[in-house]
Design a protein around this ligand. Structure first.
Ligand code: SAM
Ligand code: TMP
Ligand code: ZN
Length: 405
């Protein structure tokens, strides 16, 4: 029996994806070293309802010098984080010398706006290449993992933080107890800890099973986040649904008794209870839908190949590692993935070894069908690549179901 990383309660497994590679380990074609695999399975805690992976990948394997995810590559995400920074400054930075800390600042996409406003800030991120990109934008960064000891050191040298913010990072950190003790050490008495991550409610509703991979250790819900916050002397005081990355929730956490929880918290938790979101029956039903989606997708790809159509994919996302490896999609079905990230181009997709090619080659000539792995950026990508569809190309989507549009 696995014990919950958040509360030590018993965790019941509800879906097993089998052996999976690291989702962001894009291989050099000449690399002959053995690839790292682990068992990707997901379960739910019977005590605190936290949905989590059954097996943990050592953090240094995932977050390393050449971590290839660069937040600023999407214009929609750049705008999202500029708006977020402005909102945090307006609502939480009213004192004379506010201090903002970001956990997982990546290339500085959010803190850049805070830095430009002259507000005292610090980004904490363990992936060296992205930290250097942030520093080049004038962002102050600490090259490190956020955990209790890091937080205590920052508190000692810089004083308490008015805002601790994180996007798409807290769900990456299995040692959530150390994170919360760190928040306790660093946060000012009336400060807020604000974080946003893919929302379990959207993942289940849209069957977006590819949100499950090594880095996404937790799939949060308002119920599980509130239970965890309370264990460490905090409370969930606000929730906000966000449209980015296929549906996220932004959680606002404050020290217990410092802020009145908004009506939105009770509403979202009531909705989760009414949907029985964290009941094993619902989660097992989600698992059946995952199997069906994969079968539909591979059937379509086989049909296209047999009919002689050209197929490729768009967006070498971390998510796509789960799709290609679980569904068994290799270069025979999808010969190339086009991606704008220089650090991924010329490499092979983890596990399935599909070549990643630069976007500049996408139109030379266009494939007939393109599997959109970066479906969370669909609006932005489909609009920019409108010439592809105008000349007869079709996008293949696989969440919530498989279809060519
Ligand atoms: N915040 C950005 C965004 O939303 O686009 C980046 C998200 S990226 C998926 C996750 C980031 O978290 C990576 O840059 C990674 O290096 C960082 N990270 C992972 N574990 C961390 C930890 N313990 N403390 C701080 N950052 C961490
Ligand atoms: P994400 O789904 O984890 O945000 O990753 C998106 C991937 O898609 C990343 O490797 C960059 C790539 N991408 C493009 O190639 N073109 C685009 O326009 C966008 C938005 C992303
Ligand atoms: Zn638990």
């Amino acid at each position: 029996m696995t014990t919950c990383r958040a509360c030590r309660g018993p965790v019941t497994e509800f879906f097993d994806f089998g052996r999976q590679p690291l989702s962001d380990a894009f291989r050099r074609p000449q690399d002959t070293s053995e690839e790292f695999f682990y068992r990707l399975a997901v379960g739910v805690c019977e005590e605190c309802t936290m949905v989590q992976l059954m097996e943990e990948v050592p953090r240094e394997r995932m977050f390393r010098e050449d971590y290839p995810y660069h937040s600023s590559m999407s214009s929609v995400m750049r705008e999202h984080f500029t708006t977020t920074a402005r909102r945090l400054m307006e609502t939480e930075c009213r004192g004379s010398d506010p201090f903002v800390v970001e956990i997982g600042c990546n290339d500085g996409v959010m803190l850049k706006t805070i830095a430009e406003s002259g507000i005292r800030h610090l980004g904490v991120d363990p992936s060296r290449d992205v930290v250097e990109l942030a520093a080049a934008k004038g962002v102050r960064v600490r090259f490190d993992f956020f955990q209790e000891s890091t937080a205590a050191e920052i508190r000692a040298t810089e004083g308490p933080a008015d805002v601790i913010y994180a996007a798409n990072t807290i769900c990456h950190i299995p040692y959530v107890d150390s994170v919360f003790r760190g928040i306790d050490a660093l946060l000012a008495p009336d400060g807020v800890f604000v974080f946003e991550d893919p929302y379990l409610g959207d993942i289940v509703e849209r069957a977006s099973f590819d949100q499950i991979y090594d880095e996404h250790f937790y799939l949060f819900s308002a119920s599980s986040v509130r239970a965890t916050a309370r264990r460490f002397g905090f409370d969930l005081v606000d929730v906000q649904r966000l449209p980015v990355h296929g549906g996220e929730v932004r959680y606002t956490i404050a020290r217990q008794g410092r802020r009145e929880p908004s009506a939105a918290v009770a509403e979202l938790i009531a909705d989760e209870q009414q949907r029985q979101l964290t009941d094993t029956t619902i989660l097992e039903r989600f698992g059946m839908q995952v199997k069906r989606n994969c079968e539909d997708l591979t059937t379509l790809l086989h049909q296209l190949r047999e009919a002689g159509h050209s197929v490729a994919a768009y967006g070498a996302t971390a998510k796509s590692a789960t799709v290609t490896n679980y569904c068994g999609i290799g270069p025979d079905l999808v010969p190339a993935i086009f991606d704008s990230t220089a650090a991924k181009q010329g490499r092979l997709s983890p596990g399935t070894h599909i070549p990643i090619r630069p976007l500049e080659e996408f139109s030379a000539p266009y494939p007939e069908y393109v599997l959109l792995f970066a479906w969370n950026h669909a609006e932005e990508i489909i609009a920019r690549e409108k010439a592809f569809r105008e000349q007869g190309g079709k996008w293949i989507l696989y969440v919530p179901d498989v279809r060519a549009i």
